[in-house]
Design a protein. Structure first.
Length: 412
């Protein structure tokens, strides 16, 4: 780019930032006008290469400025945190909770608190990912996770491509790789992938240059479910102690007694949840029949394993109930649903054994009358719907950190 073109682009970006102080609507409009002016000016004064470069830099500057300074209705703002990969770095994928570690989990939770505030606005939307495209690729049935990710992307002003195998070229014999590469060629910045086979999101990450988020792969992991569960636990702990969520941080997880009950062997939720909770200092106990435990628990950061649910419940702070995964063969590992309920269902009698402060979580979908009684599912201590609500904010945080944090931290 010529010095004259670069100076014009820089002037346009500074003008955009200067105009952001006069209200949310004015800032967004100013950023758009400034970005357009910079792009047109650079295009007129430079060759083809300079035009493309100026347009890309102007767009990034506008997104970063608006995202980092957009005021909420009560005067708050969407923060501009360093990405969980560390200062100056940017994480490209979220395939496992191990990709984050304790520090990265804490970063996601802090940022999700701010996006919870965004959800309370009359127009719950920020322009942080304007111009980005997120592809939702779900090869398994999903309600909560799929809608949650798509809602999160739209609230960040990203464009969303929704894809499912039924009716796609996969049904005609096209390979998953060719399908993914075809979608990527449309200009996708991030793939959100769910698949019945473990490792598919990691494969997709190797096939494209886009960021990839694991939305659940086989029995392997479901990292954003673990993050939203931690966000929900943190909220409840703060309310119990009469504190703001920011004041709780992640210290409240240290020593927290968590019982994960049910079909651990077939649960990707359990694997990610155990990794996240243990990383934050919680003490995790698994409660399940031997037939629903993995062949080996070597390396799993759990404190105890037992088949006696009644013995564990009185000393439990968080009771996390898992669904019996019959679609993955779990039904063949128990004599009958009725017998499973008798030994491991959270019945009304068993719920009464929990301490008054204990909370009950479930990743959904719940099968009332099997792993959890209908009456227990409707108790105030059962925070399933809060988990769903927090899922949108947590996934907004994940997408922002993957796709938006580099520009924001670079401009801050």
């Amino acid at each position: 780019m010529t010095a004259r073109g670069a100076g014009s682009a820089g002037t346009g970006a500074r003008s955009s930032r200067a105009r952001t102080g006069s209200g949310a609507a004015a800032r967004v409009g100013a950023a758009e006008r400034s970005g357009a002016a910079a792009r047109v000016g650079a295009a007129e004064r430079s060759g083809a290469a300079a035009r493309v470069g100026a347009a890309e830099r102007s767009a990034r500057s506008s997104r970063a400025d608006v995202a980092s300074r957009q005021d909420s209705d009560d005067g708050g703002s969407v923060p501009a945190p360093a990405p969980p990969g560390g200062p100056g770095g940017r994480r490209r994928h979220l395939l496992s909770i191990d990709d984050l570690g304790a520090e990265g989990i804490a970063t996601v939770l802090r940022l999700s608190d701010r996006f919870v505030e965004v959800a309370r606005r009359s127009i719950p939307k920020v322009p942080a990912l304007r111009g980005r495209t997120v592809a939702s690729v779900f090869a398994e049935s999903s309600t909560r996770t799929r809608l949650s990710f798509e809602t999160a992307a739209r609230r960040l002003s990203a464009d969303v491509i929704s894809f499912s195998p039924a009716g796609s070229s996969l049904a005609k014999g096209e390979s998953l790789r060719d399908t993914v590469e075809t979608v990527a060629a449309m200009g996708v910045d991030c793939f959100v992938v769910r698949h019945g086979c473990a490792g598919v999101p990691a494969q997709v990450a190797g096939w494209t240059g886009a960021s990839v988020v694991n939305a659940g792969d086989g029995w392997h992991e479901h990292p954003t479910q673990a993050l939203l569960d931690c966000a929900t636990i943190r909220q409840v702990l703060a309310e119990r102690d009469g504190l703001a969520v920011d004041d709780v941080g992640v210290d409240g997880f240290v020593g927290l007694r968590v019982a994960i009950v049910g079909d651990v062997a077939h649960s990707r939720v359990a694997r990610s949840g155990i990794l996240a909770l243990a990383a934050l200092g919680a003490r995790v106990t698994l409660v399940a029949p031997g037939s629903l435990l993995p062949p080996s628990l070597a390396g799993w950061p759990v404190e105890a394993v037992t088949a006696d649910l009644d013995d564990v419940l009185p000393e439990t702070d968080v009771c996390y109930v898992l669904r019996l995964q019959t679609e993955r063969g779990a039904g063949a590992f128990v004599p009958s649903p009725r017998e499973y309920t008798a030994g491991f269902g959270l019945t009304v009698r068993r719920a009464a054994l929990l301490p008054d402060h204990a909370m009950v979580l479930h990743p959904g979908p719940m099968v009332r009358g099997v792993e959890i009684a209908a009456e227990v599912a409707d108790l105030p201590r059962t925070v399933v719907l809060r988990q769903v609500a927090n899922g949108v904010a947590v996934r907004m945080a994940v997408l922002f950190l993957l796709l938006g944090a580099e520009e924001v931290t670079g401009d801050a």
